[in-house]
Every structure is written in structure tokens, then in C-alpha cells.
Design a protein around this ligand. Structure first.
Ligand code: AMP
Length: 468
């Protein structure tokens, strides 16, 4: 099967040829024709499957075909909502790459950076808008963005958006969109919450499912190495050195842990950088650029920071610590084995984490091969201890739960934009405290913003689709 046979236009085929893509991936094969047909789509696809091109190509083609429609102010006609700024930047890059031979304008907006340049860009006119939910609502509130011309909505990595507590923001955004539109929902995992969202959002969707749900990419070899907690760093340095790994992504559970490990690896003589939500956007961009160009050999990341990282042919992912939420394991190992390449995912598992490992195996529906490395045998006299900075259960994060990194439900973005201070990562809280629930002030601020939205949009054609 070729891209030509999917009905893509000459301009898009040229862009694909520029990229050197020989043939469509399975998700592209399934999704492109139905999206071109104008159908709503519910897609189960992990990152690395080529899903971004799977929705971007037909989206661009449909917009281009309908380009004659009057939209003189160049208001956005397609909205791609994503959970993190990294993913926003990468999707935006894909949109410009695939749309390079079309005269389509795109813009990306996310928090943590100044809003004024984004306002200026929106003013110049945009066809495709890529955004994280909170900053999008900031623009709506400041009346610098009009969503009334949206024809196509994409929710990318919808599971992660819900995980991060964006459901309220998503509902608010849906209420601002025109009733008639095409909806595409992409998710790696399918919880009840995602199903509910899909049922309410999608109109007779075509289901596209390229990987069995909740299973890890088949091209990734997975192994668990039992080891004592205190010896993990030593083992990691040994593995990197002995195997001469040149590019390895390492996951820790906490931002603090990521910093500490990066420093320790540096002192072991390995070039390392940490990437997480306390880092400035500049530091994150620099770390990622160094990792991509080979000057940083080990990138130590938290789950949320790593979300959406697209590094071609990343060969090694190491779980220095297992995630508290089993689904995060699937996302983590999805960083390797992308687009059909071989990848290796290694987990260093101490006695405290055996329950987390069982949760992951239950989710995957199979056991992960365990291999004890000579010289690193765990000391059988060490008793398990509760896991710090996180829940020891593998259940999904609850509102206000104590995930050290993703810190979902009450975020700085819940404050009205005017009151918001320096914009930290929208996706991550600037501190690692386990905030139990929303603070009263935040709740009322959010309620106020909800009221303002209502006031601004009293004449919209359809009430909130997912009205809570
Ligand atoms: P995604 O799942 O969208 O994050 O894409 C994963 C990677 O696959 C990206 O680096 C894309 O550039 C690449 N990719 C997407 N489609 C193709 C294709 N048809 N052939 C080869 N590589 C692709």
C-alpha cells in the first residue's frame, strides 16, 4: 500500500517524499482514508506508531480542499489539543513539515512562555492551531482567540490529558467550538473515563486500533533487572559503559530524583542532563537538543517531561524507578521502538517495586523477562519499604493524588490568566507537593472563569457537549 493509494494530494505526497517515508504505517493506512471521508475517529495508537502524520495529513488535505470557504480573518479552522508543551512543539513541527507545500498557516500555543508573541501570531491569522488546554483558555479569556471557525478537532494523547486533570479545561473548550465539526480522538490507553469522553464527543466514530490495547509496542524488548535500590545507579553506569550506549533515556519518579541521578552520572563521567517541569523551557530545549545531537548521552526524565519526546531511533529506555501508575510504563517504553525500529526497555527493580512490576505485567497481560545480573544480586535480607513520593499502588492517579510529577487536578492554569504569575510548565506543577484537592481560592477562580466563558458565549449554537 502506498501513500498515493490513500488519496493524498500531490503537495502532501511531495512532503512525504521529502521526509523519505516509503509507505504508510498501519495507523496511517487505517486512519487517513476515514478522516479524508470526514468521519469522526476513535484511534487506539501509541506514540511511535506514526499517529501524528495519521491525523495531520488528512486534516491538512481537508482544510486545503475547503480553503475557498470565506474565513477572511484567518481564524483557526483546525484545533489540535495536546497535553504537554513538548508534544505541542513536536506536533507543530509535523504540521509544518507535512504542510510545507501548502499555503496553510499554523501556530502553537502553550504555557510557560510569554503570551504576547502568541497573541501577535494569532493576530496574523492561523489555519491550524496546536495548543495545550490551559494556555488556550487563557487566550480565549483575553479574547485573543476565536474558536468559532473550527472545523476539525483533534484530541491527541487524550488519556494523558485526562490523567493530568485537563478534563474540565477540555469541557470548557468543547463548549466554545461550533457544533458541526469533525472530531478525532487519539489515545494510547482506554480507561472508563476515556470511553465516556469518546461517547460524548464523537459522532458515530470509526474505530482505528493498530496495537492491542494497553500492550507495549511489539518491537520493544523488555527486561527487568532485580537490584537493590542503593545499587541502581552503579548498575546503570555499568550498563551504559559496558554496552557503550550512546543515547539512553532514563526515567525517575520525581524531579528531585532526576536531578540527583543526572549529577551522579556526570560524576561517573557520563554526560547527562535532567528534564522535568521545574526546568525552564530553555533548559528543557537545550537538554533535548544536546540529547539529539549526541553531546548529552543520558537524558534523565520524569514521566510528564518525557511525554511526547520524539527522538528518532532512540535505542534504549531505562526505568531507573518503575512508575507508580502502570499505564505510564507503556508510555515510557513507547519512547523506543518507534516507527518499526528495534528498541530495548530495561527496568531496574528493587524489592520495594515488586508490586508495581506485577501491576505492569497485569496491564500488559504478560510477564516481563527477569534477569539478575552477576555482581548485582539483590540482598535477600532487605525488606520492602513503602515507596516515597508516590503511591505504592498501581491504580490510576486520583484527583489530588500524590503522583510526584504529574500533579494533576489543581494547577496554576486554574487561576485566571491575569492573576497567574510566571508561567511554569502547564503540564507539571512547579513543586512536588501532594496537593490534596483544589484550594478554595483556585476553585472560586476557576468557577469565575467558567462564568466568564458563559457570559462570553451566550450565543453559541450548542451548549457544552460534556457539560459537567
Ligand atoms: P508519532 O507516532 O507520530 O510520534 O511518529 C513516530 C515517528 O515516526 C516520527 O519520528 C515520524 O517522523 C515517523 N514516521 C511517521 N510516519 C512514518 C512513515 N510512514 N514512515 C517512516 N517514518 C514515519
Amino acid at each position: 500500500m502506498t501513500f498515493e493509494s490513500l488519496g493524498l494530494s500531490a503537495e502532501l505526497l511531495r512532503a512525504l517524499a521529502d521526509q523519505g517515508y516509503a509507505q504508510p504505517t498501519p495507523i496511517q493506512l487505517q486512519a487517513i482514508p476515514v478522516i479524508l471521508d470526514g468521519r469522526d475517529v476513535l484511534a487506539a495508537a501509541q506514540t511511535g506508531t506514526g499517529k501524528t502524520a495519521g491525523f495531520t495529513l488528512p486534516l491538512l488535505q481537508r482544510l486545503n480542499e475547503a480553503a475557498g470557504k470565506s474565513n477572511r480573518q484567518h481564524r483557526p479552522r483546525a484545533l489540535i489539543l495536546v497535553p504537554t508543551r513538548e508534544l505541542a512543539a513536536q506536533v507543530a513541527e509535523s504540521v509544518s513539515t507535512y504542510g510545507r507545500h501548502l499555503s496553510m498557516r499554523s501556530a502553537v500555543i502553550f504555557g510557560g512562555v510569554k503570551i504576547n508573541p502568541q497573541i501577535a501570531e494569532l493576530r496574523r491569522g492561523v489555519d491550524v492551531l496546536i495548543a495545550t488546554p490551559g494556555r488556550l483558555l487563557d487566550h480565549v479569556q483575553q479574547r485573543t482567540l476565536d474558536l468559532s471557525q473550527i472545523e476539525i478537532l483533534v484530541l491527541d494523547e487524550a488519556d494523558r490529558m485526562l490523567d493530568m486533570g485537563f478534563i474540565r479545561d477540555i469541557r470548557k473548550i468543547l463548549a466554545l467550538l461550533p457544533e458541526r465539526r469533525q472530531n478525532l480522538l487519539f489515545s494510547a490507553t482506554f480507561s472508563g473515563e476515556i470511553r465516556t469522553l469518546a461517547d460524548q464527543l464523537l459522532d458515530r466514530p470509526v474505530s482505528v486500533d493498530v496495537a492491542p490495547r494497553n500492550t507495549a509496542a511489539e518491537t520493544v524488548t523488555q527486561v527487568a533487572h532485580p537490584v537493590d535500590k542503593a545499587r541502581k545507579r552503579e548498575l546503570l553506569s555499568h550498563l551504559i559503559g559496558a554496552n557503550n550506549w550512546r543515547q539512553v533515556l532514563v526515567f525517575t519518579r520525581t524531579k528531585h530524583g532526576a536531578n540527583r541521578l543526572a549529577k551522579q552520572l556526570e560524576s561517573d563521567g557520563l554526560s547527562a542532563a535532567a528534564i522535568h517541569g521545574n526546568k525552564t523551557q530553555g533548559a528543557r530545549t537545550r537538554a533535548l537538543a544536546g540529547f539529539k545531537d549526541g553531546s548529552v548521552r543520558v537524558l534523565v526524565a520524569t514521566d510528564i517531561a518525557a511525554r511526547g519526546l520524539d527522538i528518532d531511533q532512540l535505542p534504549h529506555v531505562v526505568n531507573f524507578e518503575l512508575p507508580n501508575v502502570a499505564e505510564d510504563y507503556v508510555h515510557r517504553i513507547g519512547r523506543t521502538g518507534r516507527a518499526g525500529n528495534e528498541g530495548e526497555a530495561m527496568s531496574l527493580v528493587c524489592v520495594d517495586e515488586l508490586k508495581l512490576l506485577r501491576d505492569i505485567e497485569r496491564l500488559l497481560g504478560r510477564k516481563i523477562r527477569s534477569e539478575t545480573l552477576p555482581g548485582y544480586e539483590p540482598d535477600p535480607s532487605i525488606q520492602p519499604e513503602p515507596i516515597q513520593n508516590g503511591r505504592s499502588s498501581g491504580r490510576r492517579a486520583q484527583p489530588g493524588g500524590s503522583r510526584a510529577d504529574s500533579r494533576p487536578r489543581s494547577r496554576p492554569s486554574d487561576k485566571p490568566a491575569a492573576k497567574r504569575q510566571r508561567g511554569p510548565a502547564r503540564a507539571e506543577r512547579p513543586n512536588g507537593n501532594a496537593g490534596p484537592t483544589k484550594q478554595a481560592g483556585q476553585r472560586s477562580a476557576e468557577a469565575k472563569r467558567g462564568t466568564q466563558h458563559k457570559a462570553q458565549h451566550t450565543r453559541r449554537s450548542k451548549p457544552a457537549l460534556l457539560g459537567s
